[in-house]
Design a binder for this molecule. Structure first.
Ligand code: KMT
Ligand code: NI
Length: 176
């Protein structure tokens, strides 16, 4: 795992976009984002059961698995959105980036590789992309543990003043 401020330059989302300014796990924790390196799936299972997770899925993001829809899927994952429940993501193979919004709404880029686990808090705006290795057909395989609710920014209201509560979490009000 490596986390840093996104450089906000144009160019392929799968490049590193490393501004050179790192972000430590203490700051991630302030956003409610928790990181653990888990060499074994048993640790992942234990964390999920301690936190009473009910849903579990696995996804392989690769041109082989996704066929002609691959490029569109990669673009879709990069659309900013939030989930109404906490989410665990565990990388089984390959690598990729989760970008999460900071307290000031800047992007923090989190590079994850095999064995990395992150917990995204409910309501944090984020987006995902594979890294440039995917172009070379190294697959990314990860475990999704969640309740599968996705709310794109256009259908959710952010809280008026600072848009976050004290934990850096979004206050989520879904428009009906
Ligand atoms: C998520 O929550 O895991 C993402 O937004 C990444 C795309 S879902 C495979
Ligand atoms: Ni998501």
């Amino acid at each position: 795992m490596k986390s840093y401020w996104f450089d906000n330059t144009a160019g392929d989302q799968r490049e590193n976009h490393d501004s050179g300014r790192s972000v430590d796990t203490g700051y991630l924790a302030k956003l409610g984002v928790l990181y653990r390196h888990c060499p074994s799936i048993e640790t992942v299972d234990r964390i999920a059961s301690e936190r009473s997770y009910k849903n579990r899925d696995e996804i392989v993001v690769s041109p082989e698995k996704m066929g002609s829809g691959y490029e569109d899927k990669v673009k879709m994952f990069f659309n900013e959105h939030l989930h109404e429940d906490e989410e665990i993501r565990y990388i089984l193979d390959g690598g990729g980036f989760f970008d999460v919004r900071s307290i000031e709404d800047e992007w923090v880029r989190i590079r994850l590789v095999k064995g990395d686990l992150i917990i995204l808090p409910a309501g944090i705006y984020h987006r995902f992309t594979t890294d440039s290795q995917n172009v070379r057909r190294i697959r990314m395989h990860f475990c999704i543990l969640d309740a599968n609710t996705i709310t794109p920014p256009s259908t959710s209201k952010r809280c008026g003043c600072s848009r976050t509560n004290q934990n850096g979490r979004r206050l989520i009000v879904t428009q009906k």
